[in-house]
Design a protein around this ligand. Structure first.
Ligand code: MN
Length: 228
């Protein structure tokens, strides 16, 4: 057995609906501007030239149901997303084989310090301080694909304090889930435990302490997260 020189970091393990087993997380990839209406609201043209990705840290995923308002920002936005969990991976995965690597899906939020992200964008710098901060990705239980079937359509709705803020449909994704898996596998080696946040529909906006966010996606139940 390996002896470690320091305390070993815990494995990030997410709950699976209807199971006592947990899903261990390896990497977290997030796609940017994957719904046309959201690209437009962020001041960009929607296009299919090239998708782009950034990463969050595995332990940014947080199933606790609370989101502590992070420091150094006064403009923290919700982005409602479907997370795709992989049970296997590889490189150069063809699009028509991509869905065979899916373990399941979960509701998730790509919480964003928009003011910090905007400043980084202006300076042409990386986005981590806007995107990959502590507990920046609230996530619901994983629904195995064996239960849900493959998800390529379905309403995505985010309410804040009961009021609809974001509304779209998975069928509006510019890059579909199998295309994202295939594209990522051309640049990275994908593997079991990888998670892909599949982008957000339009209507992103700020939250305040005390707000309750509720995300609904057909087939994935409800994710309720309180801003504390
Ligand atoms: Mn996002």
């Amino acid at each position: 057995m390996t002896e470690f020189a320091i305390e070993t970091p815990p494995i990030v393990a997410l709950p699976i609906a209807g199971s006592d087993a947990k899903f261990p997380v390896r990497r977290v990839y997030c796609i940017g501007r994957n719904y046309a209406a959201h690209a437009i609201e962020m001041g960009h043209d929607p296009d299919r030239e090239q998708p782009f990705f950034f990463q969050k840290n595995p332990n940014n995923l947080d199933p606790s149901g609370t989101f502590p308002y992070p420091p150094h920002s006064s403009d923290v936005h919700h982005e409602a997303e479907v997370a795709v969990m992989l049970k296997s991976g590889g490189t150069n995965i063809p699009i028509d084989a991509a869905e065979s690597h899916i373990f399941g899906y979960a509701l998730s939020l790509d919480m964003t310090r928009r003011d910090l992200q905007g400043a980084q964008k202006k300076m042409g710098r990386p986005w981590e301080i806007g995107k990959a901060f502590e507990r920046s990705a609230p996530v619901g239980p994983i629904h195995p694909v064996t239960e849900t079937g493959l998800l390529n359509e379905g309403a995505v709705v985010l309410k804040v304090n009961g009021e609809v803020r974001q509304e779209g449909d998975m069928n509006q994704m510019i890059w579909k889930v199998p295309e994202m898996i295939s594209y990522l596998s051309d640049y990275f080696e994908l593997a079991a435990g990888d998670v892909i946040l599949s982008g957000t529909p339009s209507g992103v906006g700020p939250v305040q302490r005390g707000d309750v966010m509720e995300l609904f996606v057909d087939g994935l139940g409800v994710l309720q997260v309180k801003v504390t």
